[in-house]
Design a protein around this ligand. Sequence first.
Ligand code: AMP
Ligand code: MG
Length: 408
Amino acid sequence: MVSFEEARNIILSSVAVVGAERIHLLDAAGRVLAEDMAAPWDMPLWDNSAMDGYAVNSADCGVAPCKLRVSAFLPAGAHAEGVRVEQGCAVRIMTGAPTPGGCDAVVPVEETGNGDLEITLREPVRKGQHIRFRGEDVAYGVAFARAGAIIRPPEVNMLASFGMALAPVYRRPFVAILSTGDELVELGTTPGPGEIVNSNALSLATAVREAGAVPLIVGIARDTRASHMERLQEGLKADVLITSAGVSAGDRDLVRDVLEELGARQLFWKVGIKPGGPTAFALHGTTPVFSLPGNPVSTLITFEEFVRPALLKMQGHRRVLRPLFKVVLREELRKKPGKVQIVRIRLERGDGRWYAASAGNQQTAILRTMVDAEAVAVLPADSTCFAAGDEVDAHFYGNHIDLLEATP
Ligand code: AMP
Ligand code: MG
């Protein structure tokens, strides 16, 4: 058995980015930049006005109030060539318009007593005021976003501002999802006696998609070597293979055996985590193979703790583990020593702290508690009991946590 931390280290040191591609900006949200992006020109490209007002020469308006004659008009989109601020004059200018020659300051319209032909400035003018200078946002050649940055609306705006319609991003890995077991029927079929729906394929596909990767459901391997052989070979064509069930110590648990026969190198089997102990991890060539236990709760928790970080790393993310924060326990918790325990919890905010209550029955077979959980507490392997009021580490569960309602 490897520890929870060893398992993560082995996994994360076994996976790497799967390559890059160029995609349209509108499809790039949430993807990770694969290259440093340097400004192909100064932004802004010319000095321009930050306000609707008047372009002036500050030397003309050292003493307030002063009167200036309005000699020209520069709306946004206008060219400033041939327009000058002559002595005793001001040029009417709109936000974003290039500042004319002879101008070293802009006076907002609100600070003028304005007529059409003549204006009065009520305040002295500071040189440089309300001008956006060439290159002051990003200068030519400077990196405005680095490889590893997540593309959000601001990054999209930068790329678009520089005329870049395509963004170089790391590719999304294709993730084969293989279920195993004679008891499984496909969604849409009513289960007969002893049968259950292959629900793990759907929850894993959803989790894979939430992690930014592309799920490929490759069906069900029946509990025979031949069926496992055939389906595992199919699954190994993807960038990543996830199997569910058939990885415990039962005599029908064939996944690890057949993977080995197919040339996969097992890096660990059995992890100090509860739920999810029987998890195995192997490499087939460079293809990572995660063999997760079949219990839907174990499957999702081991996905969350082990597979998701790997999929994020493969897409170029640098922070691949959810941030931990402290929660105050509402009730006492007991566990056996030796394994990290993942406890499904609900959260409540009070006096600046998070309070955690159990989300329900913590048995592995109770999926309902997973549905009710907003977060999980991560209890260290060597710990045994916690009193109400103790603080433990926790992390949010799921991608939409900021949209969840507070616990009533
Ligand atoms: P196993 O690892 O094969 O012993 O399976 C452990 C438990 O998970 C059993 O109760 C299975 O019925 C259940 N299980 C296995 N595969 C799936 C699946 N694809 N969807 C939902 N439950 C499953
Ligand atoms: Mg089975």
